[in-house]
Design a protein around this ligand. Structure first.
Ligand SMILES: [Zn+2]
Length: 331
C-alpha cells in the first residue's frame, strides 16, 4: 500500500524519530527544548571520539550527526527526516526506507501529524551559521599539494586556500575558507593531503546545507548563469579557467536554501557534477527540482571524471559556448 510520494510525505509527518530510535534500541539523553543528543547509531559513524555528535529535534522531527567523517561517509548529508534516518541506518534507498517504516509501524502510525503539514516552509526559522570571528594565519598557498591538483598560486590566493601550518584540528591540512551568501567568513574546510581520513574536516555545528561555496564571488561576477559543481577543487578549477560564476554544493545534494540562493540571484544554472553514477543521479534530481525555478543545462564531464581533473581548455570547451550563448541572449 505504501510506495508513492504522498505516502512518504504522510510517513514523514506521522512517524516520529523517537519511534524509529526505539525500534533500533537507541537511547539518547534529553538536552532541553525537545532536543536529544548522544552517540551516533549510524553505520557510517567511525569516529570513536565523538560521543555526542548525534542530535534530534523532536518538534521538527529532524536529526543530524555533526561528525565530519560520518557526514563525509553519507556524501555530505548532515542529517534529515525520519526516512533519511532509516535509509542511513539500513543503507537503503528512501523508497525502501519508506516501505520498511510502513511495515514496522503500519498499525501504530498516529493519525495526528507530528509535523503539521500546514506549517508553512520557513515557519521554523533556520539558524544561519554564525560568523567565524577570526582568520587563520600561517596559510601557505605555495604548497605542492595545490599545484599537484592543478591549482595555481594566484587561484589559491584569491580563495585564501593553502596548507595550514598552525595547530588544532586543521593542522597539516589544506584549509579553504567558506563564506556565507553575504561574504561573511563562517568556517574553514580542511582537506587531508596524504590520504588521511576523513578527507575533509569541518567545524562541529557547521550547517553546510545553508551555504553555497563561492556564492558571494559568483554573484559579483555579474553573470546571469551560475555554474554548479560538487566540490571545492571543482570550483577552484572552474574559477581558474575564467568562470568566476561558479558555486559548489559541498556535496551532491541541493538543499532548499541552496535552491533559494541560486534562484534568487541567477536566471540560469549550468550543472557540472561528477561523471560517476552518484554524480549523474544527483544531477538528475537537482535538474528536476531547479528546473521549476530557473533554466537548467547540464554538462557531461565524461564517465568517471570530475571537473577538478579537467584542464582549462576542456572546461572552456564545455562552458565557453554556454556562457557566450548566455551573454548574447542578454544583448
Ligand atoms: Zn555519525
Amino acid at each position: 500500500m505504501y510506495g508513492n510520494q504522498a505516502d512518504f510525505k504522510y510517513l514523514k509527518e506521522h512517524v516520529s524519530i523517537g519511534q524509529v530510535l526505539s525500534h533500533y534500541g537507541v537511547e539518547l539523553r534529553p538536552v532541553g527544548a525537545g532536543n536529544l543528543r548522544g552517540r551516533c547509531p549510524l553505520p557510517t559513524h567511525s569516529s570513536r571520539v565523538s560521543t555526542a555528535s548525534f542530535s534530534v529535534n523532536l518538534p521538527r522531527n529532524v536529526w543530524s550527526c555533526q561528525s565530519a567523517s560520518c557526514v563525509a561517509a553519507r556524501a555530505g548529508q548532515i542529517g534529515g527526516n525520519v526516512l533519511d534516518l532509516v535509509a542511513a541506518m539500513e543503507r537503503c534507498s528512501l523508497r525502501e526506507a519508506g516501505i520498511r517504516v510502513a511495515s514496522w509501524f503500519g498499525n501504530q502510525i498516529s493519525t495526528d501529524p507530528i509535523v503539521p503539514s500546514q506549517l508553512p516552509r520557513g515557519a521554523v526559522p533556520e539558524e544561519d551559521n554564525p560568523p567565524l570571528g577570526f582568520v587563520l594565519q600561517k596559510v601557505d598557498p605555495w604548497h605542492s599539494y595545490l599545484s599537484q591538483r592543478g591549482i595555481h598560486v594566484p587561484t589559491a590566493k584569491s580563495f585564501g586556500a593553502g596548507l595550514y601550518n598552525g595547530g588544532g584540528f586543521l593542522a597539516g591540512r589544506i584549509v579553504i575558507p567558506i563564506h556565507d551568501h553575504t561574504g561573511c567568513l563562517v568556517a574553514y574546510a580542511g582537506r587531508s593531503i596524504a590520504g588521511e581520513e576523513p578527507k575533509y574536516r569541518f567545524p562541529t555545528g557547521l550547517r553546510k546545507s545553508l551555504l553555497l561555496f563561492n556564492f558571494h564571488r559568483a554573484v559579483q561576477s555579474g553573470e546571469k548563469t551560475a555554474i554548479v559543481v560538487e566540490g571545492f577543487f571543482d570550483a577552484m578549477k572552474v574559477h581558474q579557467a575564467g568562470h568566476t560564476n561558479v558555486v559548489a554544493l559541498m556535496g551532491s545534494s541541493l538543499s532548499q536554501r541552496q535552491s533559494d540562493l541560486l534562484a534568487g540571484r541567477f536566471d540560469r544554472a549550468t550543472l557540472m557534477l561528477d561523471g560517476d553514477a552518484a554524480g549523474r543521479h544527483a544531477a538528475d534530481v537537482i535538474e528536476r527540482s531547479l528546473a521549476q525555478r530557473m533554466a537548467v543545462t547540464r554538462m557531461d564531464v565524461g564517465a568517471g571524471r570530475q571537473p577538478d581533473q579537467l584542464q582549462t581548455r576542456d572546461i572552456n570547451a564545455m562552458l565557453g559556448p554556454a556562457l557566450q550563448r548566455g551573454r548574447s541572449m542578454e544583448r
